[in-house]
Design a protein around this ligand. Structure first.
Ligand SMILES: Nc1ncnc2c1ncn2[C@@H]1O[C@H](COP(=O)(O)OP(=O)(O)OP(=O)(O)O)[C@@H](O)[C@H]1O
Length: 492
């Protein structure tokens, strides 16, 4: 007050303390509920301990064992046990490295990364990346679940908060990768509300993968899963040819040739036995397919009338076989007695888009469309290689059920090849290094998750060997190359 004038006091701006609801309960209610509250607390603590032991089994078991040794046997016994354990681990690693890495090293690494990286920073990172939400004074936080380290990547399971979508996590892949010291991060949906984040630390496909020995067993060739390389998880990269059409896209030097020759390499025994027939078109004058012409029943080194006629011939065969199969079989099988036909077109754009003659262009496009759309059942597969995935170049990309994106220049090209949303799930084909030709992202129709893999490195010497394998008998190939096929090794 100044003089007799009333001055309003400043409004109270402090945060009133929020007391918990049970504080206002009558005293007798509190006394009655106390044993129940204590029992609940004990159960909660026990559950937390079990969860802790499940997340850190190695540390918990080791810690308890060492503690018991120290208490019951003394300090020297503890030192001896520690030295013996370390010695045992070193011997194990020396004798059988893969099992040591799998059962000891990766388990320890998992617990280390969880304890030192993900648990301490999870709350801060999710808050700063705006993946948490405040509602009515309550914070909703995504839960950090199971962590598994594979060495080159950490798989981190996350339970999303209500009303959150995987896209929100996909949009923050880079933020998460940097926050957890990883090179990149991928988001996979395991089931509703449960995600798995892959934090990538190194590239398991950094080294070229040599071609395996040529198999002499023609029947072993599995057209539903031709092994053309290795995936980043260490499994074989299987490409489906039977019932599938394949589009391989990559900038010059991305390694399209290695995908193409890896397919031919694995089909070689079946080609030699007449179970599979290869037909090829190489508009680059034979620069690619001319390296092993013996693999092909028919091959044209041009994009002119001869190439278009070959395409039309195959299209006519597709229709003729399809009409014969009608009502007899729904999908080609070996018992049909006719060879499975693989049409390989190196640089498809030269045949259907860059063709100067409009008439030839339209005829070629029609024929390729017929083969890709109707060839599935009668046993025809197209393996089309192309550098430019734009719609103007290949207007019928959707007809290819398996799409392989090797190194590309721009993110938009990845979307064109693999389809919308696949890049956001981690398939960053535009980020594949120039130093790793043959590395690709693969998307198969019907499978949500894309796969990353590297094709075999088929060298010029391998192509010479392939040519000899296709024209000569096994013995001469062995003499020439000194390699033993996998089936022979098994037989031995
Ligand atoms: N899987 C692979 N592993 C290791 N090196 C590879 C692999 N694939 C290709 N390379 C190497 O990369 C280079 C380019 O490969 P390739 O010629 O197959 O690329 P491309 O995409 O077919 O190029 P272009 O479109 O110009 O024909 C070659 O030197 C080859 O030896």
């Amino acid at each position: 007050m100044s003089g007799n004038r009333w001055v309003d006091p400043a409004p109270f701006e402090g945060v009133r303390p929020r007391l918990p609801w049970w504080f206002f309960l009558p005293r007798w209610v509190k006394v009655v509920s106390l044993p129940f509250a204590l029992a609940y607390l004990v159960i909660w603590l026990a559950v937390r301990l079990v969860i802790l032991a499940a997340h850190y089994p190695v540390a918990v078991v080791l810690g308890i064992a060492l503690y018991l040794v120290r208490v019951h046997c003394g300090l020297w016994a503890l030192v001896i046990v520690v030295l013996t354990t370390v010695g045992g681990l070193v011997i194990w690693a020396g004798l059988h490295r893969p099992s040591f890495i799998r059962h000891a090293w990766l388990r320890a690494l998992t617990e280390w990364r969880r304890a030192t990286l993900y648990v301490p920073h999870w709350r801060t990172v999710t808050r700063l990346a705006e993946l948490t939400k405040d509602s009515r004074g309550k914070e909703f936080r995504p839960q950090l679940r199971r962590v598994r380290s594979d060495g080159w990547r950490d798989r981190v399971r996350v339970k999303m908060i209500p009303a959150q979508s995987p896209e929100q996590w996909e949009a923050r892949r880079d933020n998460l990768a940097h926050s957890f010291n990883a090179k990149s991060c991928r988001v996979r949906v395991l089931k509703p509300r449960l995600l798995e984040l892959d934090f990538i630390h190194s590239d398991p496909l950094a080294r070229p993968i040599p071609a395996p020995a040529l198999s002499a067993d023609a029947v072993a060739a599995n057209l539903k899963g031709v092994v053309v390389g290795k995936t980043e998880t260490g499994r074989p990269w299987l490409l489906r040819l039977l019932g599938s059409q394949l589009l391989v896209v990559g900038v010059p030097g991305a390694g399209k040739g290695s995908v193409l020759w890896s397919i031919v390499w694995q089909l070689a025994p079946a080609i030699r036995a007449g179970l599979v027939r290869l037909v090829g078109i190489d508009p680059k004058g034979g620069m690619e397919l001319g390296q092993c012409p013996d693999a092909f029943a028919k091959v044209v080194y041009d994009n002119g009338p001869a190439a278009v006629e070959l395409l039309e011939e195959i299209a006519a065969e597709v229709k003729e076989r399809a009409s014969r199969y009608k009502g007899i079989r729904r999908l080609w099988t070996r018992s049909s007695g006719e060879p499975f036909t693989v049409l390989i077109v190196d640089e498809l754009a030269d045949v259907i888009a860059y063709q100067t003659d409009k008439n030839l262009r339209e005829r070629a496009t029609r024929a390729v469309q017929t083969i890709t759309s109707q060839g599935r059942a009668p046993g025809f597969a197209v393996v089309a290689l192309v550098q430019d995935p734009r719609k103007e170049i290949v207007s019928f990309r959707h007809l290819f059920t398996t799409r392989v994106a090797l190194r590309l220049d721009e993110p938009i090209q990845v979307d064109m090849v693999l389809g919308d949303g696949v890049r956001q799930r981690g398939a960053a084909a535009h980020e594949i290094s120039e130093n790793t030709p043959g590395v690709a992202w693969i998307k198969q129709d019907g499978r949500r998750e894309p796969e990353r893999a590297r094709a075999f490195h088929i060298t010029d010497a391998d192509l010479v060997e392939l040519g000899q394998f296709l024209t000569a008998g096994d013995a001469s190939v062995r003499e020439l190359t000194g390699r033993t096929s996998s089936t022979e090794t098994e037989a031995a």
